[in-house]
Write a protein that binds this ligand. Structure first.
Ligand SMILES: [Fe+2]
Length: 545
């Protein structure tokens, strides 16, 4: 396994440290800190893992390594920790490691939190001024031989797919200079292109979005557009400077969809289409139909899912997620329509959920099958035993088919919630949607996780064909992906590990000259909000985390 950093404590301020103690609602019950790094070989398996599954399921979770010093801390401000479930020969080994971001290393040096509020450098301890503060806690993808741990507010961090060692910041051999890079890239299965963007691309609160396409080698595609769904939520640099939240919900603001030519586009080529105020979930898929129209499918909620980014920070209300509706919306946009055109959903799939996934082999192409973490409020929930459900009451996995409008749903139980799944094809040439859905189930009463495998050839109601039992609990995670073992192996041959540059820890966490450690720093408190019309750019997902 990879090494675990042991960093000596030798900087000012460490002498006054106190034992770690996590307090606050976000660290209760199932979401109490995990902070585990290491391996568990040969996890217990109930049922049978199909022998054809040979690869690793990587997922990332925010997991605070140190107790925060800011008030109203949120889950999204936790350090990125990568879990790897390595599956081969019907068995599963588990490994977990925190991403060695600059922020993680600086705090580890001082053995305490130094960075303040979520995406607000104005609340940091002065000793870390200028230190890159992204925490790589939102997605983990495989690209050309390395894992990229991603968060919307910074560059990717590259990791070794086998050892989970962190190599350091990844700028694609110096090609990408913008300070932000999406945590939600899309991979074109026809070309291998990685389609990326970064919003707030000219600095915090800026309205600029940069779009780029990596590794364009491969055959030319017929797909013509990139589409950016913009949720009704804004960033405001003045609010940030006052120590307020990076984002604020805007109930008066429309949702917007920006359509940009995929190849050779200029910024003036973008068209904006609008629909009534709403909160976007993640995209199932999008493609051009035979008429040249753009079909786009994503869940859309009718209220502010991120209650911790309210319109008015003085009025944070407790989560009531279950009261929202969030059906799968199908939009059909005409790219020839004038900018400013308003749209209504073309079709709604009657379900309620989030974290849509589809068969990645069909991304950007006509498709039928998608999968969701489903909220079924008619199913029982044992509140007495479990308390409030960590991360939302996603209590089912669902398999949906646009062609037949059929659905197949597995209920995880009255003490369980589920995390984002991945789809694994039964074989490389299996029909669309034929294979396995794999996802983490939170056993809230046992404070433990199971990794379950559902077979799409069977009704989900029949339950998993395999349950891989983790002997402890993780935290609520965000995104993840499955990578075939042969792909990792091929890249290990093509990209020798010793040729990948490592970051210099001393350099990246070095305090700026004159920086002073201040113990017990309190954040600036927010003032009156002055929303601006800046929006968080996305490519088919809400990128507010
Ligand atoms: Fe996301």
């Amino acid at each position: 396994m990879a090494h675990i950093d042991i960093i000596p404590v030798d900087l000012p301020g460490s002498e006054s440290k106190k034992p770690l103690h996590f307090t606050g609602d976000i660290f209760q019950g199932f979401n109490s800190p995990c902070r585990f790094e290491g391996c568990v070989e040969q996890l217990e398996v109930w049922g049978e893992i199909p022998l054809s599954i040979d690869g690793t399921f990587y997922r990332v979770m925010p997991d605070h390594h140190y107790p925060p010093f800011v008030q109203n801390e949120i889950h999204f401000n936790g350090d990125g920790v990568i879990s790897a479930f390595k599956i081969a020969n019907g068995e599963c080994d588990f490994q977990q490691m925190a991403v060695r971001t600059h922020r993680f290393l600086a705090e580890k040096r001082h053995r305490r939190a130094l960075f303040g509020k979520y995406r607000n450098a104005y609340t940091d301890n002065p000793i870390v001024e200028g230190v890159l503060r992204t925490i790589s806690n939102t997605n983990i993808v495989f690209h050309r031989g390395v894992l990229l741990a991603l968060k919307e507010d910074g560059p990717p961090f590259a990791m070794d797919p086998t050892t989970l060692e962190t190599y350091g910041v990844w700028d694609f051999q110096g090609q990408i200079k913008t300070p932000t890079s999406t945590a939600h890239p899309k991979f074109d299965p026809l070309t291998g292109d990685m389609v990326c963007y970064g919003y707030e691309a000219k600095g915090e609160g800026s309205k600029d979005v940069v779009v780029y396409n990596l590794d364009k080698e491969g055959k030319k595609t017929e797909e013509n557009y990139i589409i950016f769904p913009l949720t009704s939520i804004t960033a405001d640099i003045d609010r940030i400077k006052r120590g307020g939240n990076h984002f604020a919900w805007q109930p008066q603001l429309d949702q917007a969809y920006g359509v940009l030519p995929r190849h050779g586009a200029k910024s003036e080529d973008i068209k904006w289409f609008y629909a009534d105020n709403a909160f976007h979930g993640h995209v199932a898929n999008a493609y051009e139909n035979e008429e040249g129209k753009i079909v786009m499918d994503l869940t859309v909620a009718d209220g502010n899912v991120f209650y911790f980014f309210p319109e008015d920070e003085s009025k944070v209300s407790a989560p009531a997620r279950v009261k929202f509706t969030s059906p799968m919306h199908r939009w059909v946009f005409d790219p020839k329509a004038p900018t400013g055109t308003r749209y209504q959903p073309y079709e709604l799939f009657d379900t309620q959920g989030e974290f849509a996934r589809s068969d990645d082999r069909y991304l950007g192409q006509p498709y039928n099958h998608f999968f969701l973490c489903v909220i079924d409020p008619t199913k029982p929930y044992n509140f007495q035993k479990c308390g409030p459900p960590a991360g939302g009451l996603f209590n089912c996995y669902g398999h949906f088919d646009w062609k037949t409008l059929s659905k197949s749903v597995w209920f995880a139980g009255d003490c369980s919630t589920v995390q984002e799944p991945v789809f694994i094809p039964r074989s490389a040439d299996a029909p669309e949607g034929d294979g396995y859905l794999m996802g983490l189930v939170n056993r809230l009463d046992e404070l433990r996780n199971d990794l379950v495998i559902l077979d799409t050839a069977r009704p989900f109601e029949d339950g998993p064909i395999a349950v891989i039992k983790l002997p402890f609990k993780l935290r609520t995670g965000l995104h993840g992906n499955f990578v075939e073992a042969k792909e990792i192996h091929e890249w290990n041959q093509r990209l020798p590990r010793d040729q990948i540059p490592r970051q210099n820890i001393e350099e990246v966490i070095k305090p700026k000259p004159g920086s002073v450690y201040r113990d017990g720093l309190k954040p600036i408190m927010s003032g009156i909000l002055q929303p601006v019309a800046a929006v968080n750019g996305t490519n088919g997902v809400n990128g507010t985390h």
